[in-house]
Design a protein around this ligand. Structure first.
Ligand code: UDX
Length: 428
């Protein structure tokens, strides 16, 4: 099937590369000349495991093409996958979505199906229908990709949410996803557009709520002498709850949770429904960010140099949007600390936001600093080498992800007289 996709960010590019890999003819459109030039050479504009290989296969096979020209001729399905950033009042900014809709309006032909892949507030499909007119079908197919696992999530979806009002639209999306339905036709969940749009906000807010809740309990643990590792195990082993998205940390970041939860709170208020539970997810997250920052400042008040391991908002990405490293760095620099930073992928993006830090290898910094702060759950930070233990002798580690919180590692820290500060843990 011939498919067009507007937007080559995480969602649009991964969707395009995966659909091309499954045999579709995919044409990706973006307004950025620079991005399109990179993509034509199969160079991804951001780090995402496996994306480079997928792009290369798509470009080499001719099934994946890129242009700044909005050519949608012959495309049976047209995805809108442009950004919907948060507005100052918490609502989603849909200006890019509507700009694309008007571009499509000028070029579309009867029977084409326009699908929102971007996360858009409930009711957006209805507005698009008024823009695009009666001859065009509109559908909602919200993405469920995690950065750092986007290709895996696309290729092995738990479910494919499809909202539409016309049989033709459902049929077209069944054809798009037919390679994913061979074993299980029910992987596609069909509903109306409003329901599909709401599923996205509901799922993301539910996940964010779990994180805020475990972070809240981790703060209580500190006061009552409980250990969040045991509390998490005890709660998550209830089959109805499960262990996923129950890891305490510096607060959730990224380009999705903060904006999606804010948008759902806004939509609830607009509908006259009390958004307290959703708003509390955000305020609890903000409180966790401040709690972690206060803990770090408390343990660095006598030190001049601080090292950060982990700059990305989560592991396996180079994305620093709403990352803990940004607000922690701001506070440390405000307290005149010298900052040494390391991240396997995100340093270049971090320095664009926070240029006043020295980048080093993860070992080099240990010679210069008094306190090491771990902010991102990269696997390589889960163990310390003998050399690192020696360099950290008598110093302090503030571990905002409890990556080292395993008895074997903690024993090594004690043997090297290293003070360890975890999240919601008994003092070691
Ligand atoms: C999220 C949703 O998971 C995904 O389904 C949706 O399509 C887009 O938004 P993403 O923002 O890429 O994906 O990252 P995610 O893995 O959800 O993590 C979000 C934040 O929560 C990160 O800062 C992460 O470190 C944090 N997190 C995650 C925790 O603090 N604890 C956890 O247990 C899980």
């Amino acid at each position: 099937m011939k498919i067009a996709i507007f937007g080559t960010g995480y969602v649009g590019l991964v969707t395009g590369a995966c659909l091309a890999d499954k045999g579709h003819q995919v044409h990706c459109i973006d307004i950025s000349e620079e991005k399109i030039a990179l993509l034509k050479q199969a160079t991804p504009p951001f780090y995402e495991p496996g994306l480079k290989e997928l792009l290369q296969r798509g470009v080499d096979s001719g099934r994946l093409t890129f242009s700044t020209t909005p050519d949608i001729s012959g495309a049976q399905v047209i995805f809108i996958a442009v950004g919907t950033p948060q507005s100052p009042n918490g609502s989603a900014d849909l200006s890019a979505v509507f700009a694309v809709a008007h571009t499509i309006k000028e070029r579309c032909t009867k029977g084409q199906v326009v699908v929102t892949k971007s996360t858009v507030p409930v009711g957006t499909a209805h507005i698009l229908k008024t823009i695009l007119g009666e001859d065009i079908y509109v559908a909602s197919n919200p993405e469920t990709l995690r950065e750092g696992a986007a290709i895996q999530d696309f290729m092995s979806p738990d479910r494919i949410i499809v909202g539409a009002e016309d049989k033709e639209a459902f049929d077209a999306l069944r054809e798009v996803y037919s390679p994913f339905l061979i074993r299980d036709q029910n992987r596609i969940q069909e509903m109306n557009c409003a329901s599909a749009e709401l599923v996205k906000y509901g799922a993301n807010t539910m996940l964010a709520m779990r994180i805020s809740f475990i972070n809240l309990l981790s703060q209580l643990c500190t006061h009552v002498g409980a250990d969040i590792r045991d509390v998490r195990q005890g709660i998550g082993s209830d089959y109805r709850i499960g262990m996923h998205f129950l890891y305490p940390g510096p607060g959730f970041g990224g380009s999705c949770f903060p904006k999606d939860v804010s948008s759902l709170a806004f939509q609830l208020r607009e509908a006259g429904v009390d958004p307290a539970l959703v708003s509390a997810t955000l305020s609890t997250n903000s409180a966790q960010q401040h709690h972690i920052t206060r803990t770090i400042l408390e343990h660095t008040k006598d030190s001049e140099a601080v090292g950060l391991w982990g700059l990305a908002f989560k592991a396996n990405t180079d994305d620093v949007r709403d990352s803990a490293s940004i607000f922690v760095s701001q506070q440390l620099l405000k307290h005149q600390k010298k900052l040494y930073v390391h991240d396997p992928q995100a340093t270049h993006n971090y320095l664009k936001v926070q240029p006043h830090a020295t980048t080093t290898t993860r070992q080099e910094m240990l010679k210069e600093i008094d306190v090491l702060v771990i902010l991102t759950e990269w696997n390589e930070y889960r163990t310390l080498t003998q050399e690192e233990l020696t360099l950290l002798q008598g110093k302090t580690i503030v571990d905002a992800r409890n990556l080292l919180a395993r008895e074997a590692e903690l024993k090594k820290l004690r043997e090297h007289n290293i003070t360890y500060v975890g999240v919601g843990m008994r003092a070691t």
